[in-house]
Structure formats: structure tokens, C-alpha cells
Design a protein around this ligand. Sequence first.
Ligand code: SAM
Length: 210
Amino acid sequence: MEYHNPVLLKETVDGLNIHPDGVYVDVTFGGGGHSKEILKRLSAKGKLIAFDQDTDALSNALDDDRFLLIHENFRFIKRFLRFHGFKKVDGILGDFGVSSHQFDVAERGFSTRFEADLDMRMNTNSEFSAYDVVNSYDESQLRKVLFQYGELRAAAGMARVIVEARKDAPIKSSEQLKKSLGRFLPKHRENKILAQIYQAIRIEVNQELE
Ligand SMILES: C[S@@+](CC[C@H](N)C(=O)[O-])C[C@H]1O[C@@H](n2cnc3c(N)ncnc32)[C@H](O)[C@@H]1O
């Protein structure tokens, strides 16, 4: 199965207005579609540094002397660029969110299509997962996450219901989470609202926008 098929690939890379000898950063490497297109436009002197915190993305690393893949959250970009000797760069590309691969592997818990344990970690070496957000955040932290990252108008009510539901036993699976939030999921909007809830929890778990 294809790892990820980037949309508007050429147009996005055109936007970088690449100088062939320049230094570029792809902060969301994924399947490497954008990175490959950038490398095509660089000379032998050019450099591309890529970031991805997902362990699976490492298997897509490109065999090219001009390329370096860093398995870290891109919020550490300054530190890592300095460490590798890059004082300035000519352009940065970000294709935020989740790759098709992450959505398609059911047990990783990113997709509303499958039942799974609450996980959603991009970096599977991390100890912090969706389970921790759902079961250890207090009501106001949950409200903030759901409102800020999911743009859910019912964030306050949802946070209250989650805290109530987990009093009996921890919420361990996507099915249990969905059941506890049932009153906020009318049939005709269930998929959309669920996707917003997942997005919010996922962004928090992976500190995607820090
Ligand atoms: C939409 S995909 C990018 C696909 C890529 N442009 C391609 O051509 O295949 C987003 C990728 O960024 C990674 N990612 C998201 N937020 C990140 C962050 N804050 N730090 C590092 N990687 C991140 C995800 O693990 C995922 O692999």
C-alpha cells in the first residue's frame, strides 16, 4: 500500500522558489513525496533536512548525500539545525497532519474507521498516548484541547462527560470513548464530530503545533 500521496505536490514545491544550491527543510517528511521533489530541484551543493517524529516514516529515508532525516518533533528545529551546522535556511515546507499510512494502520488508533485502543502516538517510543489525555487530563485541560484543536463548540460538555464516564473505569478504547460521548454524536453528524474529537486528541498527544 502506498505510504502517502501528497496533493498539489509540484505547486507546493514551486512555492519554495528553490535556489539549486540552497538549504531547505521539510518538517513533515512522511512518505517523502515533497522531499523527493525538492531534491530533484537541488544541485549537488544543495541540502535538504527533513523531520518526522513517526517511527514508521524512517523506513522511507532517502539514500542521497544531500539529505538528512531527523526523527524528532520539528518544534526542536532550531536546536537540530544548529547542531548539524546550519545557521540559516532558504525555505521550510510543512504538510501538517497525518499521513495516509498512519490512518490506514488500524491499531495506531488515528482513524475513526476502526476500533482500537486509545493510542494515536506518532512516535511509538513515546510513553504518552491518547489514553493519557483522555484519562488523566482534568476537565479544564480536556475542554481546552477539544476547543482549541478540535474547534468543538460542545467542548465544555464533552469534557464534563469524559470526566464523569472515567470515574467508574478508565476509557481504554475508541469504542468506549465514542459510547461515552454518544449524546454529542447525532447520526447525521457523527463522523464529522468524531473526526474533530480525534484531531484534537491527536494534536495534543503529538504536540504537533507546539
Ligand atoms: C501529511 S503527512 C506528510 C506527508 C509528506 N509531505 C509526504 O509527501 O509523504 C504529515 C507527517 O508529518 C509528521 N508530523 C506531524 N506533526 C509533526 C511534528 N510536530 N513533528 C514531526 N513530525 C510531524 C507525521 O508523523 C506525518 O508523517
